[in-house]
Write a protein that binds this ligand. Structure first.
Ligand code: ADP
Ligand code: ZN
Ligand code: MG
Length: 494
């Protein structure tokens, strides 16, 4: 048997307003090519870079969130290589003195150590046109990019996927990157090898690139484990190389052998000064990057929120994990809870009722609201349903003013129009029918119109009452109180 050994290298675009070394706009959504450009990010000779302080602060933020040691001072280096999307002939990166080192991320099955996190500039984007020409869009050229490297501590495809997912959430919670993998805002490279079980000696690693979803990360690793196992079973050797992922065929394929790997001839960037983190004599206060202040400003991170949600709101790990998946969704939920508490208080409801409100809110957010968001392909930030209106709907449901069938219809209408639930319920006449006499009238009609199920029920097939109940619901458009309707039916049939 063999152990799987995985280390990740992850790039994330930082969402600063300007680029890494010039004042051009940093806009990954810009549709027109070559509009956010200047001589600096086009790499013209004689231009000088200046460091984007915000980008440095963002990486320090990430470093703290991942338990890293933050450098007291750091520098930038030139990584030399030739490519059409790298106009200077080098990329400004960090070589031997990264901003952050020696951190870790706690996952469900153990810690993964983080080797380093450094700051660099992104490349431009090559577009290979159908005409046979290639084009270069420099909007992305010199946009701030952080690179994170892990130790080879990851032991399975699932764990690698979990690492990427957890990191994405942290970057989003910190508001330093949108980290959307499909959009290339977060890019994961996987290094993977196999070794004999328990052995200290690592096997030859293979690097896998262009993985643009969490699913691809997992599938590519699973494929590679199988491929490498088969090679080792045959007593052959795994070749150290870079492989790509073919999303359609679900296989990795060789891209570049180690022999042709780059020698980047790193050397210190002579146009940028040493970068000091913390107070430094003679440094104007506006230029000070205070690591401790940044640390103190960290928001609650997804993991802590996950634990707190379970403890505070008695929710299952599954519900909690769904709610913390997106920072905005978690805030939405918390705002709904405070609205619900207020409503409970205003209406003199007890603690039990309040608990029920919260529980119902969790269910509605994680099922019905989630479904609406998926259908509309919408983010919770953009939904028309205010937290106050959402809470009102939950209150009406738990308070049995409307049935749950009606609540679902109202929710959909709210998502369309943004109207408040009171208004919709009134307009559509959805108030729950609780009056046994009114329900009884309808039930009598249903019995009359459906002799067969009625007969069946009387013969002892108790299940056929469900059909009759369904007919009552249909006739009342879901407004009949189901409990009362059932009682009425039972009485009429007995
Ligand atoms: P390289 O010099 O080829 O870039 P590094 O030592 O810088 O290699 O490591 C790059 C990444 O590969 C890191 O994430 C590291 O954890 C991982 N790694 C290193 N050795 C192995 C190995 N034998 N198997 C799997 N991953 C490895
Ligand atoms: Zn520029
Ligand atoms: Mg390396």
């Amino acid at each position: 048997m063999r152990d799987v050994v995985i280390g990740l290298e992850i790039h994330a675009q930082l969402k600063t307003s300007s680029k890494m070394f010039c004042s051009c706009k940093n806009d990954p959504d810009e549709k027109n090519p070559n509009v956010n450009i200047c001589p600096v990010c086009l790499g013209h000779p004689g231009t000088l870079p200046t460091i984007n302080k915000k980008a440095v602060e963002y990486v320090v933020k990430v470093g703290h969130a991942l338990n890293c040691k933050i450098a007291g001072f750091t520098k930038f280096d030139r990584k030399n290589y030739f490519y059409p999307d790298i106009p200077k002939g080098y990329q400004i990166s960090q070589y031997d003195l990264p901003l952050c080192e020696s951190g870790f991320l706690e996952l469900s099955e153990g810690k993964v150590r983080i080797t380093r996190i450094h700051l660099e500039e992104d490349t431009a984007k090559s577009i290979h046109g159908a005409s046979g020409y290639s084009y270069v869009d420099f909007n992305r050229s010199s946009a701030p990019l952080m690179e994170l490297v892990t130790e080879p501590d990851i032991k399975s495809a699932q764990q690698a996927k979990e690492f990427c997912e957890e990191l994405q959430k942290i970057l989003q919670y910190l508001e330093v990157s949108d980290a959307n993998m499909e959009k290339g805002q977060m890019r994961c490279e996987v290094n993977i090898s196999l070794k004999e079980k328990g052995s200290d000696e690592f096997g030859t690693k293979v690097e896998i690139k262009n993985l643009n979803s969490f699913k691809a990360v997992k599938e590519a690793i699973e494929f590679e484990i199988k491929r490498q196992s088969e090679i080792l079973d045959k007593k052959e050797k795994v070749i150290q190389e870079t492989r790509g992922w073919d999303e359609n065929k679900k296989i990795t394929f060789s891209q570049r052998k180690k022999e042709s790997a780059h020698d980047y001839r790193y050397f210190p960037e002579p146009d940028l000064p040493t970068l000091y983190i913390g107070k430094k004599e003679g440094l104007p206060s506006k230029d000070i990057i205070d690591s401790e202040v940044i640390k103190a400003s960290l928001p609650e991170l997804p993991k802590a929120k996950f634990v707190r949600f379970q403890e505070t709101f008695f929710m299952s790990p599954h519900d909690a994990s769904l709610l913390v998946l997106s920072k905005h969704l978690s805030f939405y939920f918390e705002n709904v809870v405070s609205e619900l508490r207020e409503l409970a208080k205003e209406n003199n409801k007890d603690e039990e009722f309040e608990k029920k409100l919260i529980k119902t809110a969790i269910n509605y957010i994680n099922t019905d609201l989630r479904k609406i968001l998926n259908e509309k392909n919408q983010d919770i930030k953009d939904i028309k349903i205010s937290e106050e209106n959402f809470a009102e709907l939950i209150f009406m449901t738990v308070d049995k003013k409307i049935t749950s069938a009606a609540a679902k219809a109202v929710l959909e209408e709210m998502a369309e129009t943004g109207a408040d639930p009171d208004h919709i319920v009134e307009q559509k006449g959805l108030l729950q029918i609780d009056d046994p006499n009114q329900i009884s009238e309808i039930a009598k009609k249903v019995i009359e119109e459906n002799p067969k199920p009625t007969e069946d029920y009387k013969k002892g097939n108790k299940n056929s009452i469900q059909f009759l109940l369904g007919q009552i619901m249909a006739k009342t458009k879901g407004k009949a109180n189901p409990k009362i309707a059932k009682e009425v039916l039972e009485k009429l049939l007995s």
